[in-house]
Design a protein around this ligand. Structure first.
Ligand SMILES: Nc1nc2c(ncn2[C@@H]2O[C@H](COP(=O)(O)OP(=O)(O)OP(=O)(O)O)[C@@H](O)[C@H]2O)c(=O)[nH]1
Ligand SMILES: [Mg+2]
Length: 653
């Protein structure tokens, strides 16, 4: 088979949590002549390795599988040529790959599926394939048919070449004679593969119709074309832990993965033009400064070059656990660039032309904590450290809540935030404690009251005097605070009236339950003054006293924030989602199939914010990690009973 040199290509290794991505990454690196694996891979970290397989350069990106770190996988997909989706052979677990397969479809991105752990599998690969195919419109084509010894899978038949191999641990599989037992399943799989390919090729279709067997080369050539155009997804089998199926995967990648030029075309990057890179990952490495991992969409890019006003200060390639300093990077390479201080993750630098290299926006945070420094001494360094943390991780959102006086860090889940706080401590030297954020309760009144406030103080020479008569009344929800001046005849001199209005609004920031009072009007109807002893200050004090005294008498009510929540789940979990929402005082509004996602439902509900804090944890644990939700503040609702007691306790504490 003629094979032209393609230039560097990038593979993103993605898949559900714990499916064996890192083990596969290590096995691929080792098979490409890199170091053998050194024990269990660290979990939850994106890793990048540069390797050379059969004289061709590759970059592999090992993505974390946790749904809480999905934004890291997304970032890798944005710059990779092809995705290898690692999944479990158990058809029941297939559903966990659904969001990924859909995403790849949305992106129009070429992908292969590596069905891992076949050492543990006693079922039928056919069933795995059927379960996976239900999750995607893109045809899945089985490249290998397993050879079994008893229940154990000991080798495979390559469906196209019709050659049989036995797995050999740590080395290439051994070519054997085609066992009788696989002749039939092999030719069935081949026919299925050819049929799918024939959909894209008239010459092949003719052969199928006339029952002529196409040659392996014909099939190889077609497969390459359709795989690299993302028209089909090849499915391979193996066991990453025992190095089974690793070289087969390498060869499939080598042969069928699109070239960097094809990917550039898919992403709208013109073939001609000046250097251009895109940053997909940012790391603040201690004294080494900031490192921006980037894909070279168009090279060569030289160290020291200035792209869009940013001078590259150092250039590295990921070796095997180390970094290799280089001076120039070619089209398609993945490199780390130094000192791009003002450059954010996702940024495109250089001659971008009309290229629209959309970088995935992180999904809305679903879990938040309020953080405080463990040591007050660190307070001054906290904001700088947080800034760097958020710069590295676009999945994080930082917010100051002035009402509650809290610093809120939000992210994609409990583990995500735990990891972020650990990084804050280890990389930026600031230890923080996390608390459950306070709920921004509000309160209002249901009864109008008339209130007299009078300040009369005689202390030595100069006294203080002010007298106000206020009408305090409820307003409609959402109308806010209103101050009305109805003074006639100078009962309160004009110059003091603004002070009364301001003091009334200020005093309403803490009502009968200890929370800001909303939707009331305060009308100044009458009052009195003293030519010498009255002042702005005196009127403020009198007004404040009046409001504080009035609130408990005005039939106060606590208001809790309610959110409009949309939960998305596979429809086998729709009833579960409804039950969970109802269990959290949610009011179900209805459900419908999610647009463009057959088999998935959106369940809509109105849920108190107080119930959402750890909702994602329960939702995920009840839906194989597949449930997600979006939310948006909707309105304030009157709260009663236990909620009020807890809110008061929180306000006091
Ligand atoms: N039996 C068997 N175990 C495997 C295989 N591949 C990986 N494992 C084991 O599965 C566990 C998880 O493997 P990892 O490679 O860390 O999985 P991962 O997909 O990288 O996990 P995350 O990055 O956390 O999503 C480890 O204990 C591996 O040793 C396999 O082919 N067969
Ligand atoms: Mg991993």
């Amino acid at each position: 088979m003629p094979h032209t040199q393609t230039g560097p290509r990038t593979v993103a290794i993605v898949g559900p949590y714990g499916s064996g991505k890192s083990t596969l990454f290590d096995a691929l690196v080792a098979a490409a002549g890199g170091p053998a694996r050194r024990g269990a891979a660290p979990r939850g970290n994106t890793r990048i390795a540069h390797c050379t397989y059969l004289d061709e350069p590759w970059a592999l990106i090992d993505c974390p599988g946790s749904v809480e770190l999905a934004h890291e996988a997304e970032a890798a997909l944005a710059v990779a040529d092809i995705a290898v989706v690692v999944c479990d052979p158990d058809p029941v677990r297939a559903l966990t790959v659904a969001p990924l397969l859909r995403r790849l479809e949305e992106l129009g991105m070429p992908a292969m599926v590596f069905v891992n752990r076949i050492d543990t599998f006693t079922g039928q690969v056919r069933d795995t394939l059927t379960a996976l195919q239900e999750l995607t419109r893109r045809p899945l084509v089985l490249r290998e048919v397993p050879i079994r010894d008893g229940e154990a899978i000991t080798g495979y038949v390559d469906v196209v070449s019709e050659r049989a191999y036995l797995f050999r641990r740590g080395t290439a599989s051994e070519l054997i004679q085609l066992p009788d037992s696989v002749i039939e399943p092999g030719s069935e799989a081949r026919a299925a593969l050819v049929e799918v390919l024939a959909d894209h090729d008239d010459a092949l279709l003719e052969k199928v119709v006339e029952d002529i067997k196409p040659t392996p080369d014909e099939v190889f050539e077609r497969l390459r074309a359709e795989e690299s155009l993302a028209h089909v997804t090849e499915v391979l089998l193996g066991c990453a832990e025992r190095d089974h199926g690793i070289r087969r995967l390498w060869k499939a990648l080598r042969h069928d993965a699109p070239t960097a030029a094809q990917t550039a075309e898919r992403r709208g990057v013109a073939a001609e033009g000046g250097p251009m890179v895109q940053v997909f990952r940012t790391l603040n490495a201690g004294h080494g400064g900031k490192l921006s991992w980037a894909r070279v969409w168009r090279g060569p890019v030289k160290d020291g070059a200035t792209l869009d006003g940013n001078r590259i200060g150092g250039m590295w390639r990921a070796g095997n656990g180390d970094m290799l300093k280089i001076t120039e990077a070619a089209t398609g390479e993945i490199v780390a660039l130094g000192r791009l201080d003002g450059v954010a993750t996702g940024a495109v630098l250089g001659d971008a032309g009309n290229a629209e290299l959309a970088f995935p926006a992180p999904s809305q945070p679903v879990y938040s904590v309020a953080i405080t420094t463990a040591d007050r001494k660190d307070d001054v360094r906290l904001s700088g450290a947080l800034h760097k943390l958020v710069e590295e991780d676009p999945g994080l959102v930082l917010r100051q809540d002035p009402d509650m006086g809290e610093t809120i860090l939000s992210g994609q889940g409990e583990m995500h935030l735990k990891g972020a706080m650990e990084r804050l401590a280890t990389a930026f030297g600031v230890k923080v404690d996390a608390h459950r954020p306070r709920i921004p309760f509000r309160e209002t009144i249901r009864q109008p009251v008339h209130q007299h406030g009078r300040l009369k103080r005689q202390t030595g020479g100069h006294g203080q005097f002010a007298d106000v008569k206020l009408d305090i009344a409820p307003r409609e929800r959402g109308e806010g605070f209103l101050f009305i001046d109805k003074i006639v005849g100078g009962a309160v001199p004009r110059q003091y009236i603004p002070a009364v209005g301001e003091a009334a609004e200020e005093a309403a920031r803490k009502g009968a339950f200890g929370y800001p009072v909303v939707d009331i009007s305060v009308t100044l109807v009458d009052g009195g003054f003293h030519t010498v002893d009255s002042s702005d200050m005196a009127f403020r004090t009198a007004t404040r006293m009046a409001i504080q005294e009035a609130m408990p008498k005005a039939d106060p009510v606590l208001l809790e924030p309610m959110h409009h929540v949309t939960v998305t789940v596979p429809n086998s979990y729709t009833a579960t989602a409804q039950r969970l929402l109802t269990g959290r005082r949610g009011q179900i509004l209805g459900y419908a199939e999610r647009e463009g996602w057959s088999g998935w439902d959106d369940v809509e509900a109105v849920v108190p914010e107080a119930e959402l804090h750890d909702f994602i944890i329960e939702l995920r644990s009840q839906t194989m990690g597949l449930g997600t939700y979006r939310h948006q503040f909707d309105h304030l609702a009157e709260a009663h009973g236990k909620v009020v007691a807890e809110a008061q306790k929180m306000a006091a504490g």
